[in-house]
Each structure stands twice: as structure tokens, then as C-alpha cells.
Design a protein around this ligand. Structure first.
Ligand code: OAD
Length: 232
């Protein structure tokens, strides 16, 4: 265990104060769209245009969203700690807030990859993808997003970081989706563990529960851990 290492596992609730919709809250994305239509290989095979439109809209929303105090407080922790963010979020708000080490378990909205060659990944920023947009090999470009039934990215690397952390925060996630949710069990018994959420999920293993909006609560926690009361 590294006494200076903090790992923060984040979910959609951390980006909610930036105006990005969560998935399972009232009015969340999965209430308005069927997962099997827009977030599964079968949905893509059936209607790739619908899938592209869904992620084009997410990318468009991200273009105008800005990081909130949760993202900023997590980045501020780097002043005194080695901080690794493990996120289920596909937005880039952690990076834009200044976090230097961000692991995206479920992919990244700004990236697309070829269906003909998965090593061909492109950063398209906040632009849209259309049907017929192909790579040099002629493969349609698809969102670089992990759909249900596909392999989560960087799972082993994420686990190793959690095992090394002396402080572990789980913030803004319902812990409803595995294997990402299963990562919490790799936190060390002796690590200081905190769960931050408006409606905290049940999590065993000695977590301190901080109920509230991630922007407010993370700012307070960062002040406590930085010992200065000073958070940007
Ligand atoms: P969910 O929508 O399942 O859960 C969001 C969590 O954030 C809930 O626990 C809410 O209580 C909490 N929340 C909402 N607003 C908050 C706020 N202002 N402050 C703090 N907490 C807040 O989202 P995730 O757990 O991130 O995967 O979902 C996990 C995965 O399911 C996503 O990555 C996505 C989805 O299907 C893929 O698309 C592959």
C-alpha cells in the first residue's frame, strides 16, 4: 500500500453537476433509450445510424459541458498525492479539470474506432460521426465505447492501482454495472475508504458514507485531505 496514493472510482454522478445525464436516475438516459438499441453490439448491427445519433448527441452535450467542483477537487488532490482516477464515464471532464492519470473503463466519447481494425482509434473531438465514415481499410467508424457484452478496458491496471491505494473514493456511481463495480473489493482492508453519492449504494468493507452532491462533498473531502481548506 502506498501512503500517498489515492484512487477515485467515478461514475455519472460526478458529471451530473456539469449537466450531463446519468443513466439510472429518474429521467436518466436508460429511461429514454433502450440499452439493447444503443449500447449493445446487436443494436449496432440492427441500426448503426440510431447508435451513431445517440453518441453524436452525447458528444454534442459534452462540447458545451464544463468540469464542476468534483472534477476540480479530485484534480487538486494531485498537489499532495499521487492520484489515479478510474472512471466509468466516457466524458473528458476529469482531463479538462487537470487530472493527469485517468483510466477510462468504458471508453471515451471523443474517440471512434474502425470496425475493420480495432487498433485504428481516432480522436474526433466533439464532432459527429456519420454512416459511411470509414477507415482506410473501408471499415465503418464506431464509437470507442464499451457496450454491454463487450470487454471493459484496462481492468487489470485499474485493479492494481486500487490494491496500492491507501485512500479509495467511490463517487457518483450506482455500482450497478459489472465488472467495474466489482473493483471495489480490491481496496485494502487498511485503506481509508469513502463513498460519495446523492443516494449511496450499499458497499461493504468499512466505507465512510458521505451523502450529498459530488461537487460539494468532493470539495469538502479534498479540503480535509489537503489539510488546507484551500481548494480551487
Ligand atoms: P448510474 O446512472 O447508474 O448511477 C449514477 C449514480 O450517481 C447514482 O448512484 C446516483 O445516486 C448518483 N448521483 C446522481 N447525481 C449525483 C450528484 N450530483 N452527486 C453525487 N451523486 C450523484 O451511473 P453509473 O454508475 O456511472 O456504461 O453507471 C455505470 C455504467 O452504466 C455507465 O458507465 C454506463 C451505464 O450503462 C456504459 O454505457 C457501458
Amino acid at each position: 500500500m502506498n501512503p500517498r496514493k489515492i484512487v477515485v472510482l467515478t461514475g455519472a454522478g460526478v458529471s451530473a453537476p456539469s449537466g450531463l445525464a446519468t443513466f439510472r436516475s429518474l429521467g436518466g438516459l436508460w429511461e429514454q433509450h433502450r440499452i439493447e438499441d444503443v449500447a449493445s453490439p446487436e443494436g449496432w448491427a440492427r441500426d448503426p445510424g440510431l447508435v451513431l445519433r445517440f453518441y453524436n448527441l452525447r458528444r454534442e452535450a459534452l462540447a458545451t459541458a464544463v468540469p464542476n467542483d468534483a472534477h476540480r477537487a479530485i484534480a487538486d488532490l494531485q498537489d499532495r498525492f499521487e492520484v489515479v482516477v478510474i472512471t466509468q464515464n466516457v466524458d473528458d471532464l476529469h482531463e479538462r479539470a487537470g487530472s493527469r492519470s485517468v483510466i477510462h473503463l468504458h471508453g471515451e466519447l471523443r474517440k471512434v474506432r474502425s470496425t475493420a481494425d480495432e487498433a485504428t482509434v481516432e480522436d474526433i473531438g466533439y464532432t459527429s460521426v456519420a454512416l459511411g465514415q470509414v477507415c482506410a481499410k473501408g471499415g465503418q467508424m464506431r464509437p470507442h465505447i464499451v457496450w454491454f457484452g463487450e470487454d471493459v478496458m484496462h481492468l487489470d491496471e485499474a485493479r492494481r492501482h486500487i490494491e496500492e491505494a491507501s485512500r479509495f473514493v467511490v463517487a457518483g456511481t450506482s455500482l450497478a454495472v459489472f465488472p467495474a463495480a466489482g473493483l471495489v473489493r480490491y481496496a485494502r482492508d487498511k485503506a481509508e475508504k469513502v463513498v460519495v453519492d446523492l443516494d449511496p449504494p450499499a458497499v461493504s468493507g468499512g466505507f465512510r458514507v458521505l451523502r450529498g452532491s459530488a461537487d460539494v462533498v468532493m470539495r469538502g473531502l479534498a479540503s480535509e485531505w489537503l489539510g488546507s481548506g484551500k481548494v480551487r
